[in-house]
Design a protein around this ligand. Structure first.
Ligand SMILES: *Cc1c(COP(=O)(O)O)cnc(C)c1O
Length: 490
């Protein structure tokens, strides 16, 4: 399988190269070239375990990797709460796919467990000898999932920068207490933008020629890497397989999915599942008050020139959904010039529009809704009262969005649950009408008492663990910090 850029770059790459590069040299995103999706034997996956399904899907896309069984085993074994990886639960009139059983209790673990192993393998295949230094700026979730995913990976090191007073107590503990000999987290005096700008500057300040000489290569764990997208396809198969086994569907019956969306990666994986033949009905793109995607699906016009709203579902507070570029490319009949023009317009003016016929085509598979803050809170409370099931604010956005669509259909609805409620114990307690202890770990205990469920292993055990990282850096000093740290080990 060769991978090509959505913006028409002349060269194509094998899977290993695409994983190492992350982004195409012209700024486009990688997609498989000439892949016959319909050739995928999707029915044969249904009896398999989640890890076996994952292996088959990854092998189909990244066929230049020799031993996907080993990749998947190394990625998941012993790292998740359950071998099911993403169990399906019934709650009230719908199904909830719990994607939060990984080490950091958020769905990003599913893909960020696989990417580092793919990177290890890709480096071996491509004979890359330099140590890879993965730099991540995080507002919380991605950083911790990346730290755990890259933990103890061979010849790869990861450094995560987070804003000193910009993450929650639990998120900070997840980073400062992260285990592994090759991981490091440092606080930056500043906000998330400062941390992100600092990381971008390091990439420009340390050109490849120079880092190569010193024996390392900088990389990122960016969500647009094809090695992060493909591992997410599996959980749509997992959900369908469970519904099939439970006789909720007969083979071929379509199932709808509602996905709490930010960067459009998670939901795009659902579209790939559909292309592979899985009977996916509608994919409902659920946004919070940052409803730029809702407007796009409604009008065909993407406009990021709007106020950025801070919500209780921070991982969906996004105005530029990078992975949408892949959908635009596919829906335009793989028109790279067209896609490139849209993306250039987005970066220059913050806005672009697509023709009506293209919007119609997209809407055959997608629908959209957005949910404001008061309804998110009400939903968490209502669901708990009606079913006893506790959901986090991201999941609540999807739950409420799904409710609107279920009125018009009797197809089974699967809501993707992207974070454990224990990651947002305060907001959840407040929504179900309980008092909120000031300390986040106390809030977790309280939520555990009320819900009768234990916090996920990864965050439940955090309190007792020792802090390993206490470095704080000025935003101006991030480059020096990284260079010193690299020097220390060498
Ligand atoms: C990242 C994230 C999302 C959004 O997923 P995308 O793939 O960026 O659309 C939703 N919920 C949670 C909890 C997340 O961490």
């Amino acid at each position: 399988m060769r991978f090509k850029s959505t913006r028409g770059y002349e060269k194509t790459y094998n899977g290993a190269e695409a994983v190492i590069l992350g982004l195409a040299p012209d700024g486009g995103l990688f997609l498989p070239e000439g892949l016959d999706y319909a050739a995928f034997p999707w029915e044969t996956l249904l009896p398999l375990s989640t890890m076996e399904m994952s292996e088959k899907i990854l092998q189909f896309f990244l066929d230049d990797f020799d031993d996907m069984h080993a990749v998947v085993t190394r990625a998941y074994e012993g790292r998740f709460d359950t071998d099911e990886l993403t169990p399906l639960k019934k709650a009230g009139d719908r199904f909830v796919l719990e994607l939060f059983h990984g080490p950091t209790a958020a769905f990003k673990d599913v893909a960020l467990s696989v990417l580092p192993v793919l990177m290890e393998e890709a480096k071996k295949k491509e004979n890359v000898k330099e140590e890879t230094v993965v730099l991540v700026a995080t507002s919380g979730d991605t950083g911790s999932a990346a730290l755990y995913g890259f933990k103890d990976r061979d010849n790869i090191r990861i450094i995560v920068f987070y804003p000193k007073n910009g993450v929650s107590l639990v998120q900070e503990a997840q980073m400062t207490k992260a285990e592994g000999s090759n991981v490091l987290a440092a606080a930056v005096k500043g906000n998330f933008d400062d941390a992100q700008t600092g990381v971008k500057k390091i990439f420009t300040a340390a050109p490849e020629s120079e880092t190569k000489e010193k024996g390392f290569a900088l990389s990122s764990a960016n969500s647009i890497n094809i090695g992060r997208l493909v591992p997410q396809i599996v959980y749509y198969f997992k959900a369908y397989a469970e519904l099939y086994k439970a006789h909720e569907v007969t083979l071929g019956d379509p199932v709808d999915f509602t996905v709490p969306t930010g960067n459009f990666g998670d939901i795009l994986a659902g579209y790939f599942a559909k292309l592979l033949g899985l009977p996916v009905g509608k994919l409902i793109c659920a946004s919070n008050a940052n409803n730029v995607l809702f407007d796009f699906f409604t009008s065909g016009r993407y406009d990021k020139n709007r106020e950025f709203v801070k919500t209780t579902s921070p991982s969906m507070d996004i105005l530029v959904s990078s992975n949408l570029e892949r959908l635009l490319y596919m829906a335009s009949g793989e028109d790279a010039a067209f896609t490139k023009a849209l993306m250039e317009k987005l970066s220059a003016e913050g806005v672009y529009a697509i023709p009506d016929d293209m919007l119609m085509k997209i809407k055959a598979s997608f629908d959209a809704a957005f949910i404001g803050e008061p309804e998110v809170k009400k939903t968490i409370g209502d669901v708990f009262k009606a079913t006893g099931y506790v959901i986090d604010p991201h999941t609540a956005v999807a739950w409420a969005a799904a409710t609107g669509f279920m009125k018009d259909t009797d197809r089974p609805m699967v809501v993707l649950s992207t974070a454990s409620p224990f990651k947002f114990s305060g907001a959840v307690l407040d929504a179900i009408g309980e008092s909120v202890p000031e300390n986040e770990f106390d809030a977790m205990d309280r939520l555990s008492e009320i819900s009768g469920i234990l916090p996920p292993k990864g965050i439940g055990s955090l309190r007792e663990k020792a802090v390993r990282f206490t470095d704080v850096t000025e935003k101006e000093d991030m480059f020096t910090y990284v260079m010193n740290k690299i020097g220390e080990k060498a």
